[in-house]
Write a protein that binds this ligand. Structure first.
Ligand SMILES: [Zn+2]
Length: 364
């Protein structure tokens, strides 16, 4: 199948803002913004990267809403000129840099809307990635729900049957499953994969830095996930050529190519971007490989997430208490509470001199 997988999806009207002009920061601006980003990366404990179609355009795969995107052209009655198939495309500099940043413990999780399988093919382990919209190089059993890596992109989209038996018996070397394998690509309004979404939610909330690469953040719920960390004090960074839905809430926006930003980050961290090679690509491995998120990982992440929610609530209630203790009464109330006021010896109620004074008399 060529990269125009969009042909296999149902018709859908609301595809968001299409074809917005691309913007480019000056070289100097990119440099200074990247310096700030590096500082944040070095000072963050949990970094999550959210990726969209913009990180795969350098591999020859068209995006959706760019000036030459699939949906932008569709609206003009045109089709993208694609010269590459999913099987031929290879991971870009950004994919390979992200894989290395995970190995070096700078990046802790990737949340991707991409179905091209290039993260998988860069060698990223399953416990470090959520694929919210599916993956052309995986299939899933309709009975046991196990996912398997494929050696070729699926021929269907929209979770259709591939007419292949579940491979679970081969993996477990035990009882066989009677299920059939299906592709994992979501059609419009399909439910997102449960564990992938749950892990994305926890990681995005826990992150003190959510970095969005090559996405206009228009698809929900994927596009809203990076904002989860704001409540808990985390930062959001956007690297994209077009404006995104959440630019106003971003702490830093870099308008340039993602590959250029990743190249600068790697250089400043003293790291090389590894070359793609078939030996690291699970789709080139003849052995059967499962591609499942472990339930234990979900439970562990849930516990970490619940702790930050608990800490947040505790902090908020403490702040509320302190605020109420320091609340300055309205003039009238203060007058009533003061003998002097009653005696009419003063004509205005002055605020207490020290607002940090723990005088409970002023609690309303
Ligand atoms: Zn099965």
């Amino acid at each position: 199948m060529s990269c125009s997988y969009a042909d296999g999806l149902s018709n859908y009207e609301n595809k968001g803002v299409l074809g917005s002009p691309e913007k480019f920061d000056s070289e100097e601006k990119v440099e200074s913004k990247c310096n700030l980003l590096i500082e944040w990366i070095k000072n963050s404990k949990h970094i999550v990267v959210h990726t969209g179609a913009g990180i795969s355009t350098a591999a020859g795969i068209p995006d959706f809403r760019g000036p030459n995107g699939v949906w932008t052209l569709e609206k003009q009655g045109k089709k993208p000129n694609i010269s590459i198939s999913f099987n031929e495309a290879i991971p870009t500099k950004t994919h390979m840099a992200l894989k290395h940043l995970i190995e070096k413990n700078y990046v802790h999780y990737i949340i991707s809307q991409n179905i091209d399988g290039l993260h998988l093919r860069s060698g990223i382990p399953r416990n470090c990635i959520a694929e919210l919209h599916g993956n052309m190089f995986t299939s899933q059993c309709n009975v046991c729900e196990s996912q398997f890596v494929r050696t070729e992109a699926t021929s269907t989209v929209g979770k259709k049957s591939l007419n292949e038996d579940c491979k679970r018996s081969a993996v477990l070397r035990g009882r066989s499953c009677r299920g059939k394998l299906h592709d994992t690509i979501l059609d419009w309004e399909d439910s997102l994969p449960e564990f992938d979404l749950e892990m994305s939610d926890y990681h995005s909330s826990l992150a003190d830095l959510n970095i969005c690469l090559g996405t206009t953040l228009q698809i929900v719920p994927s596009g809203n996930l990076p904002l989860r960390c704001k409540k808990y004090g985390g930062k959001v960074v956007v690297v994209n050529l077009q404006p995104t839905k959440h630019d106003k809430k971003a702490d830093l926006i870099i308008n340039t190519y993602v590959d250029a930003v990743l190249a600068k980050i790697m250089k400043k961290l003293g790291l090389e971007i590894p070359e793609y090679h078939q030996t690291i690509d699970p789709t080139k491995n003849r052995e059967l490989i499962e591609w499942n998120i472990s339930k234990k990982d979900v439970i562990d992440m849930k516990a970490r997430y619940e702790k930050i929610v608990k800490d947040y609530k505790k902090r908020k209630s403490e702040e509320k208490l302190i605020k109420s203790q320091h609340k300055i009464p309205k003039n009238e109330d203060w007058m009533k509470k003061n003998e002097i006021g009653k005696k009419g010896l003063i004509f205005k109620a002055e605020k207490p001199e020290d607002e940090d004074d723990d005088d409970n008399e002023f609690i309303e």
